[in-house]
Design a protein around this ligand. Structure first.
Ligand SMILES: [Zn+2]
Length: 128
């Protein structure tokens, strides 16, 4: 029985605006955050040979899946517009990024975490 399990993460940052149209407080107004995200990748084995020996996945390879999302939808954008989310909470954005990475085929994708302030964030994982 293989009892090994690794969960690695790649952190990324982007600046973007959003508004929560249903909110009863200041989040209803258009405002921006310096968002911090983490992509979690899980595996019960490590790559056995070659340049990536001993890794779950090369952190740089996770970055390759992320770059197009940052360039086309996330960094310096108005998230309500670019994600198509009517109410882009941290919860919703984490799920949106997860789904995009899943469609792109990131192997071992386990979860996506999105932090909108130093003290507040959300993590999305898909129940299997
Ligand atoms: Zn906000």
């Amino acid at each position: 029985m293989n009892v090994d399990n690794w969960l690695i993460y790649k952190e990324f940052r982007f600046e973007a605006a959003h508004r929560l149209p249903n909110h009863d407080g200041k989040c209803r107004r258009l405002h921006g955050h310096s968002w911090v995200g983490r992509i979690y990748v899980q595996s019960d084995r490590l790559i056995q040979e070659g340049a990536k020996q001993g890794m779950v996945i090369d952190f740089g390879d996770i970055q390759k899946y992320l770059e197009p999302l940052l360039a086309k939808f996330l960094d310096h954008y108005y998230l309500n517009e670019t994600t198509g989310l009517e109410n882009p909470t941290s919860e919703a954005i984490a799920q949106w990024i997860f789904n995009k990475l899943e469609v792109a085929g990131l192997p071992g994708l386990q979860g996506v975490e999105i932090q909108e302030t130093c003290t507040s964030g959300a993590r999305y994982t898909k129940a299997t």
